[in-house]
Design a protein around this ligand. Sequence first.
Ligand SMILES: C[S@@+](CC[C@H](N)C(=O)[O-])C[C@H]1O[C@@H](n2cnc3c(N)ncnc32)[C@H](O)[C@@H]1O
Length: 299
Amino acid sequence: MVVGAGRGPLVERVLKAAEAAGRNVRVYAVEKNPNAVVTKEDEWGDRVEVVHCDMRYWEAPEKTDILVSELLGSFGDNELSPECLDGAQRFIKDGGISIPSSYTAYVSPLSSTKLYNEVSAYGDQEHLETPYVVKFKAIYELADPLPVWKFDHPNPEVDALANGMGNGMGQPGIPGFNEHNVRDAVASFFIKQDAVLHGIAGYFEATLYKNVMISIHPKTHSPGMFSWFPLFFPLKTPIYLPKNSILDLHFWRLCDARKVWYEWCAVPKVVGGGGDVTPLVGGASEVHNVGGRSSWIGL
Ligand SMILES: C[S@@+](CC[C@H](N)C(=O)[O-])C[C@H]1O[C@@H](n2cnc3c(N)ncnc32)[C@H](O)[C@@H]1O
């Protein structure tokens, strides 16, 4: 099954892979957007059945060995891949797999007067609490990216929830249905030089299957892959970071019955003579995008 099949490029790859492996396959191509609908039904013949619906609510006629999807955003989970695949994993046979099998979000501290000026020029809170997909040029990364969280598919926790689906549990619209996809993390960076922090970069690494990866993390970037640019999470007020300080970036992925959003804040710390680490007084940013007031993704 290819879920979120769009115009069908992954269906093509699935058919090619099956040919290369000498296997007969039956493929279901599931797509909810009528404007992105798969167009090659005639060419594929009866090997592919195109299904026009939301994968979370589809009643599949049979189970699949391999669930293939491409629902990733620049931060991995920021286009609701976890929530969509939670809904689709009930189609996977025992012992079946999801491609991708996992993805990890990464963050790093950024100095970029240009990006900060462009976002703050809007003059409102909403723009300063919204992540942007940006092809980085005029930026300086103050430290290498660190992981914040990971999602695995299929997720055994979801099977337990799905048993209660008849009661509405596990479905959008019910408070608490998505708590297993809430995340929080603190990534601590050593800042080697005096610098001004303007925002945070967001990247992802994904494992498709076993050791086959795709990545937009600068250190592990898949060669020649231009499908994703990084995210830029702005800060409302730039923060001065002294040489040899520590910067804690706090990140949350939160949800309610209808939406998913990120909150973030930056806390600089100084290392004292005795090696003790204390927050820089007055240095911390506020928590951005509280309650998803400025940016969110609708379920
Ligand atoms: C990133 S695009 C990938 C499309 C495809 N690889 C292509 O190149 O045309 C993700 C696709 O998943 C579809 N999608 C997202 N959520 C879905 C859902 N819950 N059920 C079915 N399709 C969904 C979107 O409409 C979109 O076409």
